[in-house]
Design a protein around this ligand. Structure first.
Ligand code: HEC
Ligand code: HEC
Length: 360
């Protein structure tokens, strides 16, 4: 399987090129861009270690360099592309990977298979086709589904979980469970997680959980972070960047009609902040974060205060007591406001929950 090497510098140059027509971006670019270039340079010059290979190098011959391993548990590593099964099975897995990386090409507004989603790619949030450490990877999927999930109050299989992201993150509808596309995505995820023992969540799966701030996350402070560090790629109006005529975004939208809806995982501040910490500005990794935890919480508060599509969620969370602390829509079984659930401070909510649980 050919895993593409990401071309960070050229994407960045594309953004810089826009400055010709939008000179007011210059200052913010210099500030944000400098941080990005430094981060990018660090990222690219890191030695290839046995524990933390850049996932873009999956297909390359990786020299075996033994470095001291600080943690006893190793980060998960995606299987090597050369280990794909031959024939039809391998082709299906490759198609599944391509659907994750280039969803819009097949299923976006100009999709060749069916126009059923908003133009984003799964990969926009599940980086490197769902293989990046702390980049919302799929390493735990094969080993932990089917499982009971509180949001639906049901036992969910992989198809249901994929459908959720289509309906929420891609603000659309899911391909049929028996379609070639759905089967291919499931095959890809099963292949990725084939070596993970049943029930286990590998180190580096999903997103980081940042410690709570001792104050509410602040959209006003977050706007400053956004302007300095994010706007150059994601746009002053959060609209993202798409070359005219293209089917996919160069830089995906942050808010507005083509972004994820308010039922999506990223609409919760903890998920957004955890995603940004180890993955943005684009090009960084968990080893080279640029933003402080507070900046991540604040930019999450800003972006998730901007307009975006709404999803009817009245049948979600059949048990209101099971809503995550930062879930922004009531009713709740505690007395904290929707505003505090959304922005924090969260610690007092967490403490109150512990007290209730202890009384049960
Ligand atoms: C806007 C960001 C975003 C996009 C785009 C997105 N997802 Fe997700 N996805 C998330 C987040 C955040 C989570 C986990 C957090 C949560 O929902 O609580 C998640 C979770 C998942 C999981 C469960 C992972 C696990 O270990 O439990 C699967 C499977 C998944 N997504 C598949 C997809 C597929 C397939 C697509 C494309 C059709 C997609 N996602 C697009 C944000 C996104
Ligand atoms: C150099 C350009 C660049 C900068 C700067 C940047 N991003 Fe991104 N961002 C990207 C790209 C590219 C993707 C999609 C990654 C992919 O598809 O592989 C992305 C994806 C995202 C996503 C998930 C997809 C979505 O649109 O919802 C979020 C959230 C995000 N970025 C937030 C931020 C935040 C917050 C900042 C500032 C702290 C930031 N980004 C800075 C390029 C950038």
């Amino acid at each position: 399987m050919k895993l593409q090497q990401r071309n960070v510098p050229s994407r960045f140059l594309d953004a810089v090129r826009q400055l010709r027509t939008r000179p007011y971006l210059l200052i913010t670019t210099l500030v944000g861009g400098l941080a990005f270039v430094i981060a990018g340079a660090t990222y690219h010059s890191r030695p290839v270690s046995a524990t933390t290979p850049p996932s873009s190098m999956l297909d390359m011959a990786v020299p075996s360099v033994s470095l001291p391993v600080a943690d006893s548990v190793r980060y998960w590593q995606a299987p090597d592309g050369s280990k794909l099964p031959a024939g039809v099975a391998g082709k299906e897995i490759q198609y599944g990977r391509d659907l994750i990386a280039h969803t819009a090409k097949y299923l976006g507004p100009k999709g060749t298979v069916k126009a059923i989603s908003n133009g984003m790619n799964c990969q926009n949030c599940h980086l490197d086709a769902g293989t990046k450490v702390m980049g919302n990877n799929y390493s735990a999927v094969a080993a932990t589904y089917p499982k009971f999930r509180q949001r639906s109050g049901t036992r969910e299989g992989i198809v249901k979980r994929i459908s959720d992201c289509f309906e929420r993150s891609l603000n659309g509808t899911a391909p049929d469970s028996s379609s070639r596309e759905m089967r291919a995505m499931v095959a890809y995820m099963k292949w990725l997680g084939a070596d993970v023992p049943t029930g286990e969540t590998p180190k580096g799966a999903g997103l980081a959980k940042l410690p709570y701030l001792n104050r509410a996350a602040d959209p006003v402070k977050g706007k400053l972070v956004y302007v300095a560090q994010c706007q150059v790629c994601h746009g002053a109006k959060g609209e993202g960047t798409q070359t005219p005529g293209a089917t996919e975004y160069t830089f995906p939208p942050m808010w507005g009609p083509f972004s994820y809806n308010d039922g999506a995982g990223l609409y919760r501040l903890s998920n957004f902040a955890g995603y940004v910490k180890n993955n943005m500005p684009f090009g960084i990794s968990y080893e080279t974060p640029v933003l402080t935890d507070a900046q991540c919480w604040d930019v999450a508060a800003y972006v998730n205060s901007m307009p975006r599509p709404h999803k009817d969620q009245h049948s979600d969370w059949p048990s209101a007591a099971a809503k995550p602390i930062d879930f922004p829509f009531g009713p709740y079984t505690d007395s904290f406001s929707e505003k505090q659930h959304k922005f924090g401070p969260y610690q007092s909510i967490a403490t109150a929950r512990k007290a209730t649980d202890a009384r049960k």
